[in-house]
Design a protein around this ligand. Structure first.
Ligand SMILES: Nc1ncnc2c1ncn2[C@@H]1O[C@H](COP(=O)(O)OP(=O)(O)OP(=O)(O)O)[C@@H](O)[C@H]1O
Length: 310
C-alpha cells in the first residue's frame, strides 16, 4: 500500500492554477525530497495529502484510503513550516497536549523529547527555546503516534549543522522501520545523501522525479573528467581528440589538469581510451549533484532560487 498517490492532480486558488496535473507517489520505507522554489506548490501538495483541501482535478489517496479520513490522519505526522507554540508552556506540556489531541500514548512524550535532543530542556518554557529547539519540538510533535507517513516542511530551518545531521539520521532510522517520509525544501545543499528519490516542482508542474541516477539520465547532463597527465596536457588532449566519442566535448586546462565534459553515454568509451593511452597519472570523475540537476530542470531562474531564502 502506497503512503500516498497523487494522480493527475490540479489545484486552483480562485483562478490561479497552482498545481497542474501532478502524478507523484511515495512508498513505505522511502524518503522523498520534494523540491521547488518559493511558490512552486510544495505546501499545496502537502495540504492536499493531509486532506485539508480537495483537488480541483485528479485523485489523492493516502495509506490506502481517502485524504482527510480521520481514521487515516492518525497515521500521518506533519511538521509545518515556521512552527509556533504557546510560549508559556514547557516542551513537555506542549507535547502532552498534542499527544492527547492525537490519541497517542503519553509515555511517548519524554521518549520523543529525548529522541530529538530536548531531554535537558523539556521542563523549560518554550519562550526560552532557540529557533532550533522549537523546530525539534515540532519534529517530536510530528513523530507522535508512530506515523506511517511523515511530512516535513523545511525541517532543517533553524537547525545548526550537527542538529541537521542528527535529524537526517533519525529520519533514516524511521525510514528503515518502514515509514514513508516527504522532505519539502528549497534548501538543497547537504540533503542529497539522505533522500531516496527527488521530485522537482516548478510553477505547479512536476518537472522530474526519480532517484539521483535516473534524474541524471533524464537531464542528460555532462560528467566532468578531471585528468592529471602522465606527460603533457597537449598529449592528453590528443588522446581525447582521437577518442571515438570526441565530437562536441568541452575541454579546459586548470592547474596542470585537463577537464573534459562528456555525455553519460560516451563516458566509458572515453575513460577506456584514456586508460589505454598510458597518458593518465590521476583521474577524477565528477557527476552532476542534486543541485546541478535541480538547476537544470527549473531553468535559469533556478540559480536565483538556489539555496533559497531561509
Ligand atoms: N490561500 C491562498 N490563496 C491564494 N493563493 C495561494 C494561497 N496559498 C498559496 N497560494 C499560491 O499558491 C502557489 C503555491 O504556493 P505553495 O505555498 O504551495 O508554494 P511552496 O512551494 O510551498 O512555496 P514556499 O517554498 O514559499 O513555501 C503560490 O503562487 C502561492 O502564492
Amino acid at each position: 500500500m502506497s503512503c500516498f498517490r497523487l494522480e493527475n492532480v490540479s489545484y486552483r486558488y480562485d483562478k490561479a492554477l497552482v498545481l497542474n496535473g501532478v502524478d507523484l507517489r511515495l512508498e513505505p520505507g522511502e524518503i522523498l525530497g520534494l523540491f521547488g522554489h518559493n511558490g512552486a506548490g510544495k505546501t499545496t501538495s502537502i495540504k492536499l495529502i493531509l486532506g485539508l483541501m480537495t483537488p480541483s482535478q485528479g485523485k489523492v489517496s493516502v495509506l490506502g484510503g481517502e485524504a482527510g479520513d480521520p481514521k487515516i490522519s492518525q497515521y500521518i505526522g506533519y511538521l509545518p513550516e515556521n512552527v509556533m507554540f504557546y510560549p508559556q508552556l514547557t516542551g513537555r506540556e506542549i507535547l502532552a497536549h498534542f499527544a492527547r489531541l492525537k490519541g497517542a500514548n503519553l509515555r511517548q512524550v519524554p521518549e520523543l523529547l529525548g529522541q530529538v535532543g530536548l531531554d535537558d530542556a523539556m521542563d523549560a518554557r518554550v519562550k526560552t527555546y532557540s529557533k532550533g529547539m522549537r523546530q525539534r519540538l515540532g519534529l517530536a510533535q510530528a513523530l507522535l503516534g508512530k506515523p506511517r507517513l511523515l511530512m516535513l516542511d523545511e525541517p532543517t530551518v533553524g537547525l545548526d549543522p550537527i542538529a541537521t545531521a542528527d535529524l537526517y539520521r533519525l529520519l533514516r532510522t524511521l525510514r528503515d522501520d518502514g515509514t514513508g517520509i516527504v522532505l519539502c525544501s528549497h534548501v538543497l545543499p547537504g540533503v542529497e545523501p539522505y533522500i531516496d528519490r527527488a521530485a522537482i516542482l516548478t510553477d505547479g508542474s512536476l518537472k522530474a522525479a526519480g532517484d539521483l541516477a535516473s534524474l541524471r539520465r533524464q537531464a542528460n547532463m555532462a560528467t566532468t573528467l578531471s585528468i592529471e597527465p602522465e606527460g603533457t596536457v597537449a598529449a592528453l588532449e590528443t588522446v581525447v581528440n582521437d577518442a571515438k566519442a570526441s565530437a562536441g566535448l568541452m575541454m579546459r586546462h586548470e592547474n596542470g589538469r585537463l577537464h573534459v565534459d562528456v555525455r553519460p553515454a560516451e563516458k566509458m568509451d572515453l575513460v577506456k581510451a584514456l586508460m589505454e593511452s598510458g597518458q593518465v597519472r590521476d583521474l577524477g570523475i565528477y557527476e552532476p549533484t542534486l543541485e546541478d540537476v535541480y538547476v537544470h530542470f527549473i531553468g535559469s531562474g533556478g540559480l536565483a532560487h538556489r539555496g533559497g531564502a531561509q
